[in-house]
Design a protein around this ligand. Sequence first.
Ligand code: ATP
Ligand code: MG
Length: 145
Amino acid sequence: MKYLALEITVLTGLPGSGKSSLARQLFPQYKRINLDTLKTRAREYKEISSALEKKEPIIIDNTNLTMKGRKRYIDIAKAHNVPIRSIYLKCPVEVALERNRSRIGKEHVPDFVIKMYHKKLEPPTESEGFDFCEVIEIDKSDSKK
Ligand SMILES: Nc1ncnc2c1ncn2[C@@H]1O[C@H](COP(=O)(O)OP(=O)(O)OP(=O)(O)O)[C@@H](O)[C@H]1O
Ligand SMILES: [Mg+2]
């Protein structure tokens, strides 16, 4: 995977596809931005701005399923003249459901939400404004790993 000193990486993937795990494992030095934790867009924007000021690379760890939803990060990157890339966790809905099944408490998402999100998912493309788009293909046999 290409490494850029200062950049914004936007993850896209269903709930349960493994975004937060990937962010923690592969990008431990990145500032991880998660809207569920930060609660408001205002706080999210503040966190992103302060990381950029400190020259910290950023990983956006939300489902980021639609082009419209991803545009806010593309706009921020362009405004700051910072490269932006997409990493799409292409995950069969069965695998997301299976991984979600093992989560408890607030982490657990109802099955119908995952199925609904699967229908509305728009795979990221460079034409949206990403400098590049990477795809991580998750195999059906990965579900029980
Ligand atoms: N590569 C993997 N192989 C097997 N299990 C995995 C893998 N990555 C993550 N998991 C497991 O799948 C579950 C979901 O992972 P994770 O919380 O990272 O998903 P997420 O995409 O961040 O979901 P959400 O959008 O709900 O935050 C967790 O229980 C995690 O341990
Ligand atoms: Mg997560």
